[in-house]
Design a protein around this ligand. Structure first.
Ligand SMILES: [Zn+2]
Ligand SMILES: [Zn+2]
Length: 352
């Protein structure tokens, strides 16, 4: 049996580099991708902390791209050797929910490196990965684009774009994004596509605020000032038209509610680990519209984002702060988790 290196979940607090069997084709709709770049996501840290109930032994990672090593006979649009990026997960496309155009209701799909209806699905923080329903969830990487050019299109940029789109930003609007991690930074960049007059970026980690500023936002350091007060000062006492929550804590959610003006949109993409209390009468009387979710229109978003990158309208490369060999995977998790060494997006290179 051929083996490979992979980052494997071994219980709470333990995602470790191991030698594991190489994946093999199991369906004619599969592909095997040789991973050339894979990133660690904030949601992988939830797995590390035991929040998602991933089976022990699962290979982690839903943000990856690479080169096609094998294609099943039903994967007719792709061939060996092509460079592809892969959706973080897949829907079956054949269940009642999928057929009715409601893929979010699919019970037979799953996310790589996460629990699914049929057991945990091995992810892409590995040298090779099996991609089910490959025809539907792979996109060719356009000629001339590097792994780093497109790495964040695997998850962060679609999520940021979805956050901005849900915020329904109009030209001239003011926007506040709570959170300057990779999702928050992508939301700030995507918000700019909709023509706001100002995008405020709230965080308490200095290097993350610096990156937000470099990418065009106005930093608000919540370790030094009350961000709600500051945002009201900077918006003539009104608050912003759109607030985006990109962390997933009650404090940042309430910050969004208070930073947003009367009649405004609050768009949530942060992943919460604890409940929040909603004061319904206040929300109602202040006309605050709350939207949330995960990007479900990847087949539409991904080509659009690739075009925007090609046209120079978005450049997420600065968010990649570390490129390390997969053999340094445990160190990579550590610096990302503890926000050490200026870590934002940490990319691992299998085979390096
Ligand atoms: Zn992710
Ligand atoms: Zn389905």
């Amino acid at each position: 049996m051929q083996t490979m290196k992979a980052m494997v979940f071994r219980g709470v607090g333990r995602i470790v580099l191991e030698d594991v069997p190489r994946p093999v084709m199991s369906e004619p709709t599969d592909a095997i991708v040789r991973v050339t770049s894979t990133a660690i996501c904030g949601s992988d840290l939830h797995i590390l902390r035991g929040d998602y109930g991933v089976d022990e032994g699962t290979i982690i990672g839903h943000e990856f791209l690479g080169v096609i090593d094998k294609v099943g006979e039903h994967v007719t649009d792709f061939k060996w050797g092509e460079r592809v990026l892969v959706h973080p997960g897949f829907r079956c496309g054949t269940c009642e929910s999928c057929l009715k155009g409601n893929p979010l209701g699919c019970q037979k799909g799953g996310v790589f490196g996460n629990p699914t209806a049929f057991g945990s699905l091995n992810g892409g923080q590995a040298e090779y990965v099996r991609v089910p329903l490959a025809q539907k969830i792979m996109h060719r990487i356009p000629e001339g684009m590097t792994d780093e050019d497109v790495m964040l299109v695997t998850d962060m940029l679609p999520t940021g774009y979805f956050a901005a789109e849900n915020g329904d930003i109009k030209p001239g609007d003011t926007v506040a994004v709570f959170g300057c991690g990779p999702v928050g930074l992508c939301a700030q960049m995507c918000a700019q596509l909709f023509g706001p007059s100002k995008v405020f970026a709230v965080d308490l980690v200095e290097y993350r605020l610096k990156m937000a500023e470099r990418l065009g936002a106005i930093p608000v350091d919540s370790s030094k000032v009350d961000p709600v007060t500051r945002i009201h000062e900077l918006t003539d006492g009104l608050g912003v038209n759109v607030a985006i929550e990109a962390i997933g804590t009650p404090a940042t959610f309430y910050g969004c509610l208070q930073a947003a003006r009367l009649t405004s949109n609050i768009s949530i993409v942060g992943i919460f680990s604890e409940p929040v209390e909603l004061l319904m009468p206040v929300l109602c009387l202040t006309n605050k519209r709350i939207t949330m979710g995960l990007p479900h229109k990847l087949p539409e978003y991904i080509p659009k984002l690739l075009d925007l990158i090609k046209a120079g309208r978005i450049d997420a490369r600065p968010i990649i702060t570390h490129i390390l060999p997969l053999s340094k995977g445990e160190y990579a998790y550590d610096i990302f988790d503890k926000k050490l060494d200026g870590a934002l997006k940490v990319v691992l290179k299998p085979g390096a």
